[in-house]
Write a protein that binds this ligand. Structure first.
Ligand code: SF4
Length: 424
């Protein structure tokens, strides 16, 4: 018999503090690494410097595609008089790319932070090129690392897609839109669950192909699958869509709450909801049980990095019996995270923003069993004898939904196991 999941009573009242100072984050270009796999006929052209090209190449690791779906157009330093040339050069590069690659149906010009790129007007470039290269759509967004976190690249990309989405006819029946890049296997699982509840018209943003992007309108009810989609949600609201407030689909409890929000909005009966979700929920709880034994009582410290911190902290404390030392998050969207905040234990220390040195001092003093942080902090903390988990892995791995709950827990167990082996 597996131990049942111990659900603690929901409690608001977190101990929220804000901090400002030095930050340690990756830039939004990183999102290309998972987005290019998702939209299969899109291409991401970073307009940036050699640093951007290095970052994107090392973040992506070894390319397994014969024809990659991203590249960097390197803009060297130039004065204002050189800008016209830069625009011409960009047009030439894009035109050549589209001629050579007829499989590309959607091209993103991705801005970056070097000053010579900021001077270029990429939105005008995208409009100009869209006109010339029809039917290929050219859109732009910024992956700049100034004052952003790495997950904001996905937010900016999806927000750029929204104005371009087809318009849903006014009289159309309500439809459900799931927002946020999910692994195909996760999408398929959710589709089956929604169908089992009787919700048939379910769409995803982004779609797998440029020509299949979902229509939106006043009948669109949307669920965010990721907590970092602030600009995308705003753009959808402006198109008349309505967000369904929900926790995020991490772990059994989060997934149930997330599915329930859709069930309530679409008038699904409790019996139908139970029937559609009971087996998945039971499988998730079975998968979590062995991990709970390893994580129970373990003290966890989150550095602010991915914006996934609050939902993951909720999952760790409520479904795996871990203890939270501090939950750092770059931004805390009070509205989108309201259901999550409600579920955190009273008094949980949540820090919004970052003052790196102060936070490192607190982490060192607390000596947590597990620290979730960015790549740059993991090595020094490991050298000091702390176990770390790279938060970026949570974006590269399918972790949403019932079937992935065990894998998500395993990601947190692995560093503890590794340290235990090292210490033998
Ligand atoms: S966008 Fe900015 S932060 Fe990101 S790699 Fe390029 S120069 Fe660095």
């Amino acid at each position: 018999m597996n131990a049942p999941v111990a659900h603690k009573p929901p409690c608001g009242g977190i101990d929220l503090r804000q901090e400002q100072g030095q930050r340690a984050v990756f830039c939004g270009l990183t999102g290309i690494v998972w987005l290019h796999r998702k939209i299969q006929d899109a291409f991401f052209l970073v307009v940036g410097s050699r640093t951007c090209a290095h970052l994107i190449q090392s973040a992506a690791g070894v390319m397994i595609f014969a024809e990659p779906r991203f590249a960097t157009a390197i803009i060297d330093e130039r004065d204002l008089a050189g800008l016209a040339d830069a625009n011409e050069e960009l047009d030439r590069v894009v035109t050549r790319l589209i001629e050579r690659r007829p499989d590309i149906k959607l091209l993103f010009l991705v801005g970056s932070c070097p000053s010579e790129v900021i001077k270029l007007d990429l939105s005008r470039a995208a409009q100009r090129l869209s006109g010339r290269l029809t039917p290929v759509r050219v859109l732009n967004y910024s992956g700049s690392g100034i004052e952003t976190t790495f997950t904001q690249g996905e937010d900016a990309c999806l927000a750029a897609l929204v104005p371009d989405l087809p318009r849903e006819p006014v009289a159309a029946a309500p439809s459900l839109l799931v927002v946020g890049a999910l692994a195909d296997v996760v999408e398929d699982q959710f589709l089956r669950m929604f169908a089992a509840m009787g919700i048939a018209d379910v769409r995803f943003l982004p779609a797998r192909r440029a020509g299949a992007m979902p229509a939106v309108g006043r009948g669109t009810r949307y669920l965010l699958a990721q907590p970092f989609l602030t600009d995308t949600a705003r753009a959808l609201d402006e198109r008349g869509a309505h967000r369904l407030p929900a926790p995020f689909p991490f772990g059994a409890e989060g997934t149930t709450g997330w599915l329930r929000a859709a069930a309530e909005a679409f008038g699904v009966s409790e019996a139908a909801f139970e029937q559609a979700t009971a087996a998945g929920r039971a499988r998730a709880e079975t998968a979590l049980a062995p991990h709970r034994e390893k994580l129970s009582g373990k003290r966890v410290f989150f550095f602010p990095d991915s914006q996934l911190e609050v939902p993951l902290a909720r999952f760790l404390v409520r479904e795996l019996d871990a203890e939270l030392v501090e939950v750092g998050t770059p931004y805390l969207h009070r509205g989108h995270l309201a259901a999550e905040i409600e579920l955190l234990p009273s008094g949980t220390r949540v820090t919004e923003g970052q003052s790196l040195d102060d936070q490192m001092d607190r982490c060192r003093a607390a000596r947590p069993d597990l620290t979730i942080c960015g790549l740059g902090l993991a090595n020094p903390l490991e050298a000091e004898g702390l176990s770390t988990k790279w938060s970026i892995e949570l974006l590269f791995t399918p972790v949403q939904g019932y079937e992935q709950a065990g894998d998500l827990a395993e990601l947190f167990v692995r560093p503890l196991r590794r340290r235990a082996l090292l210490e033998v």
